[in-house]
Design a protein around this ligand. Structure first.
Ligand code: AMP
Length: 171
């Protein structure tokens, strides 16, 4: 499937989870096995330098990160919301529109020998991906690039990220 066909299967949900936000609902894409196969193929193809690990962001990033890691034959690291990982973690707070949130990774997941691609469903303001970047840096790992299914270009999230960004579908 081409990018326009994939784009047609993303549902816009206005005013979710709060007024003024147009939520990009990817569940129709996941329900269509051809669409999912195809988008994972495209996202993997855009990874030009193979990393040792993919770092997937809680929670929809896990869906894409897991499928990509399996195809690319690299490890998968989960960047989870605070308090979910059982062992010792690095922790990074970041700003949301209202308030803050925290992402964590296991200290044992990454080292200075790792090269990483960070994966998520949507790049919006970039705060989440920036926090994931700082977690990788805390572990000494090098971020090679980012892979997003969707980029909301008008929010200019790429300004917060200094490695190359690959996004399949842009708004
Ligand atoms: P940000 O930190 O602003 O780049 O937000 C990125 C994170 O929030 C991603 O993990 C997305 O899953 C989620 N997100 C932000 N905006 C949207 C949106 N309009 N539709 C769906 N998910 C979004």
């Amino acid at each position: 499937m081409n990018i326009d066909q994939l784009k047609n299967e993303i549902r816009d949900v206005p005013d979710f989870p709060k007024p003024g936000i147009v939520f990009k609902d990817i569940t129709p894409l996941l329900e269509d096995s051809h669409a999912f196969d195809s988008l994972i193929h495209h996202m993997c193809e855009s990874v030009d330098k193979k990393p040792t690990k993919l770092v997937a962001i809680d929670s929809r990033g896990f869906i894409f990160g897991a499928a990509m890691a399996s195809k690319l034959h690299c490890g998968l690291v989960l960047a989870r919301k605070k308090g979910k990982l059982p062992s010792e973690t690095y922790s990074q707070e970041f700003q949301l529109e209202y308030g803050t949130d925290t992402l964590e990774i296991h200290k044992s997941s990454l080292s200075d020998e790792d090269t990483v691609v960070i994966v998520d469903d949507v790049l919006a303001t970039g705060g989440t991906a920036e926090a994931a970047t700082k977690l990788c840096e805390q572990a000494g790992a090098k971020v090679l690039s980012y892979s997003f299914l969707i980029e909301l270009g008008f929010l200019n999230g790429k300004q917060k990220l200094s490695s190359p960004i690959h996004s399949l579908i842009k708004y």
